[in-house]
Design a protein around this ligand. Structure first.
Ligand code: URA
Length: 218
């Protein structure tokens, strides 16, 4: 069970809270809670559904078959697993991998919110319906997959769950197409945030203004 290196105290405390959480019944059947993993400065955050058997055993997200496929998709998009943050809507495995219950999703909701705050990613990719509903409660995944929405200065991109693509072969091309858009989405938010930073600097430090203009002079 490896935590991301150089975690801030806030993160260490959050992981500790998740690992000892007894807010719903799932704590009674878990072997390990699965907080999430990845660097704290990740630009992309994936939010899956819930730990399965392997994840429960290892205390790490997406280590089974879906995990291998997710990693394949991440690499196909030109990224590395080690540079993205991966977590789930539920931090504990539902028995027999049943669907998460609303009460369980509610119990973990604050944990997910705090992870988003601490990572502050450019792009959040929701994997599957349960994760999508945190941001798009009434949407249907087949209608909105791959289409980003700006929420609080970042893009939220709903995507199919990798397990769905493994079971329904015709979804593989769709999910690959959606992942291929990720680098463009990251660039879009990076430019937006850089623009905001320049604007902010020019407000607080007017001396910068003429210097920036100088850059464009012959
Ligand atoms: N493994 C996870 O960690 N999450 C999922 O949603 C599926 C498999």
């Amino acid at each position: 069970m490896k935590d991301p290196i150089s975690l801030t105290t806030d993160f260490v405390e959050l992981y500790q809270e998740i690992r000892t959480c007894e807010a719903c019944f799932l704590h009674k059947t878990r072997k390990n809670a699965v907080p999430g993993e990845g660097p704290q400065d990740a630009q992309v955050m994936f939010i899956g559904e819930a730990p399965g058997l392997n994840e429960d055993r290892e205390g790490r997200p997406f280590v089974g078959r879906s995990g291998s496929f997710l990693e394949e998709l991440i690499v196909a998009a030109g990224l590395k697993r080690s540079e993205v943050y991966i977590c789930n809507v539920l931090k504990c495995r539902p028995p027999d991998n049943r669907e998460p219950l609303p009460v369980e999703i509610n119990s973990c909701s604050d944990f997910v919110g705090r992870q988003i705050q601490l990572i502050d990613p450019f792009v959040i990719v929701t994997l599957g319906r349960h994760s999508m509903r945190r941001f798009f409660p009434d949407a249907t995944i087949s209608r909105i997959h791959g289409q980003p929405k700006t929420v609080e200065g970042r893009l939220i991109v709903p995507m199919y769950h990798p397990a769905a693509a493994l079971h329904r072969g015709n979804l593989k091309a769709t999910i690959l197409d959606d992942f291929a858009k990720l680098p463009g989405f990251i660039d879009r938010v990076r430019s937006l945030r850089q623009g905001e930073e320049v604007l902010e600097n020019s407000k607080t430090n007017p001396v910068l203004k003429p210097r920036q203009l100088d850059l464009f002079e012959e």
